[in-house]
Design a protein around this ligand. Structure first.
Ligand code: GLU
Length: 270
């Protein structure tokens, strides 16, 4: 190419550089053309990364709807895995714009992040092997049973607070707990009923849920603390999803196969 063309090309390249750098930055800020959303990658029915790389689940559908209301098409979403114990940090460090990952709204977490929603209410329950007959509720675990839950989760904290006699093992993910349950390394898994129902449905005849839910978990969308502008926009998006019927359709599609009847959506927190 001629000198003049080369100079022009270099100028174009230089002008383009800041943009492409911003695009590599990830997280919030910098790149207007994508949104980074944290979710679970291993929870069928809620947040699952499929073998072909696509994402599915109720949290994924809610987050995708919210992103669309914020002006992002589905292919402008970058999904980032958000394990229970890392969610506050991912938000605080700006590695994600928001998180929809079976994330309970709690006062302790509100000291570090803010929440939109709630968009789903569930409760803590227990999953055991289908042939088990001596675990009927949290109390029966104090009888030398090994229970698995996840580091940094509300169900693990509740067991430590209310059932200190239980042998609790904390893993990084619920899918690891479910594998250990299947192999016999542990006796039960505890977390929210919707999550456990998703694992049970994935492996028919292998597991069963026992007892009544023993907490109330309100799922919210986690975002940077005190970003009330984003919080309001996400609350408006959730409300629109609910009134349009897309919320119920997403619930039925993702959690209906696990045998959970579609409830009324919860009211947004004031
Ligand atoms: N909803 C509970 C929590 O936020 C349990 C599920 C989870 O760990 O994602 O801790």
């Amino acid at each position: 190419m001629s000198f003049r063309v080369r100079v022009a090309a270099a100028a174009v390249l230089a002008a383009a550089l800041p943009l492409s750098l911003a695009a590599c930055g990830g997280g919030s800020g910098g790149d207007e053309n994508k949104v980074v959303i944290g979710t679970k990658f291993d929870q069928p029915g809620l947040g699952l990364k499929n073998p072909d790389g696509s994402m599915s689940g109720f949290d994924v559908d809610v987050a995708t709807y919210v992103a669309e209301q914020l002006g992002y098409t589905p292919d402008q979403i970058e999904w980032k895995e958000a394990p229970s114990g890392q969610r506050e940090t991912l938000i605080q460090n700006g590695q994600v714009d928001f998180i929809a990952a079976t994330y309970s709204i709690t006062d302790a977490r509100k000291e570090k992040v803010s929440f939109a929603g709630p968009y789903l209410v569930t409760g803590q329950s227990l999953l055991v092997r289908a042939d088990n007959s001596d675990i009927v509720g949290a109390e029966s675990l104090e009888n030398n049973k090994k229970l698995c839950s996840v580091t940094g989760s509300t169900p693990a904290q509740r067991i430590k607070d209310k059932y200190p006699g239980v042998q609790l093992q904390q893993y990084d993910t619920y899918s690891a707990c479910v594998e250990a349950l299947k192999s016999g390394a542990i006796d039960a898994v505890t977390t929210d009923e919707v999550i456990l129902a998703g694992y049970a449905a994935q492996d028919p005849g292998t597991f069963k849920l026992v007892g009544e839910p023993f907490s109330e978990e309100n799922y919210g969308i986690g975002l940077k603390k005190d970003d009330s502008e984003l919080q309001t926009k996400i609350n408006d998006a959730i409300t629109k999803m609910e009134t349009e019927g897309a919320w119920a359709a997403a619930f039925e599609k993702n959690l209906g196969p696990a045998g959970i009847a579609t409830p009324e959506p919860p009211a947004i927190a004031k």
